[in-house]
Design a protein around this ligand. Structure first.
Ligand SMILES: [Zn+2]
Length: 372
């Protein structure tokens, strides 16, 4: 049965080609450099035409790269398409931020015209990524399976016929793409709110709390930025696996775009603030994927006042929050600040509103102290 693209989940597994022999590496690097050059050419061309359509390039346009770079029509078509995708994502930005993209990354998507993936028999390698021509070099790239690849296959993911290939810091890599049909959203279960800052990990409205080990770790190596991220990523991945979602149908989190700088705690150095934003974005991407696989809807809400609002008496006051402690100056309700915020997010989910300011002031507080 053919699946529509929209109902498929996609995940990638990156494999580095460090074991590949020198000659093949050189061929692939040359190929990627060429692709990069052609793609930039098309980005410039479409930009000058202000063509942000997703349509396939017309034949005369494709032939320009054929004549200029000596590549096949099929490769020219594929690279023009990728250039268009890059331009489209640029075009989605606000007008003032739109700039002609400069391609810094050496990556290329290869469709089934260019590549075949086969399982090896009687070899100490597991997979053969066969580049079969059509404009790509003809060669076989043997790779070993990884734990992640094996796990995906065991979990019923299908290997796509398309791959991505790239070059970064002198290292060649291939992304294998796995696909699986997206499960239906759960109809039974509860709303779960989540608040996070990197000090207390991820705090949930049902009192689950994971990732508390991150903060001491981050403080330990704030100065060595390079290895920090890889290590934090793996810790965060483990933390998110611990969350029990069995009773949950909707996860309610803050809308990342609305997260203000001051909100994530006070940071003495720019680095910490940036790290904290990155950390939150990464946590959200992991959570979103996990939820997608479990059929849990993720709702993003306005974080406005969620840390200062008292859900018991329905009033907010900036004095309610002091560091990790929430103490309502109106009714005396005491809670952990992050737990209180996660409860408020859960409340927004249940109420079906985007933010506290969209609730009518009469419902939440007296006329004297209304929401601005
Ligand atoms: Zn209160």
């Amino acid at each position: 049965m053919k699946q529509s693209k929209a109902s498929l989940m996609k995940r990638t597994c990156r494999v580095y080609l460090n074991d590949l022999n020198h000659g093949k590496k050189q061929v692939l690097k040359q190929f990627l450099l060429k692709c990069h050059e052609v793609m930039q050419y098309y980005v410039d061309l479409f930009w000058s035409r202000q063509d942000f359509s997703g349509k396939l390039a017309d034949l005369p346009t494709v032939h320009r790269s054929k004549n200029r770079f000596g590549i096949t029509t099929r490769l020219g078509q594929a690279l023009a398409k990728q250039a268009k995708e890059i331009l489209r994502s640029q075009h989605k930005k606000p007008k003032s931020q739109q700039r002609k993209p400069q391609l810094r990354q050496f990556t290329c998507t290869l469709f089934y015209h260019f590549v075949k993936i086969e399982k090896y028999k009687n070899s100490h390698f597991d997979w053969a990524i066969c580049l079969i021509g059509s404009g790509a070099p003809k060669l076989v790239i043997p790779i070993h399976s990884t734990k992640l690849i094996n796990r995906r296959l065991e979990q019923g993911w299908h290997l796509s016929k398309t791959i991505r290939m790239g070059l970064r810091g002198g290292q060649l890599w291939i992304d294998l793409i796995f696909e699986k049909s997206r499960p239906k959203l759960k109809s039974d279960g509860r709303f779960l709110g989540m608040d996070s800052n990197y000090k207390n990990g991820l705090v949930f409205s049902d009192a689950q709390n994971v990732g508390t080990e991150l903060y001491p770790k981050i403080q330990g190596f704030a100065k060595r930025q390079k290895n920090t991220k890889a290590e934090i990523k793996s810790m965060l991945g483990k933390a998110i696996k611990q969350i029990d979602f069995s009773q949950v149908k909707v996860l309610v989190i803050e809308n990342l775009k609305k997260v203000k700088h001051g909100k994530r705690g006070t940071f003495s150095r720019v680095f910490n603030r940036r790290l904290s934003h990155w950390l939150y974005a990464y946590a959200v991407s992991l959570l979103s994927r996990r939820c997608e696989e479990l059929g849990i809807e993720v709702q993003r809400k306005d974080p406005y006042k969620t840390s200062q609002f008292c859900r018991i008496c329905g009033k907010w006051d900036r004095r309610n929050r002091r560091g990790d402690r929430f103490l309502c100056v109106n009714c005396g309700h005491v809670d952990h600040a992050d737990h209180n915020a996660s409860k408020n997010l859960e409340f927004l989910g249940l109420a079906g509103v985007y933010g506290l300011r969209s609730l009518s002031s009469s419902r939440l507080c007296s006329k004297k102290q209304s929401f601005p």
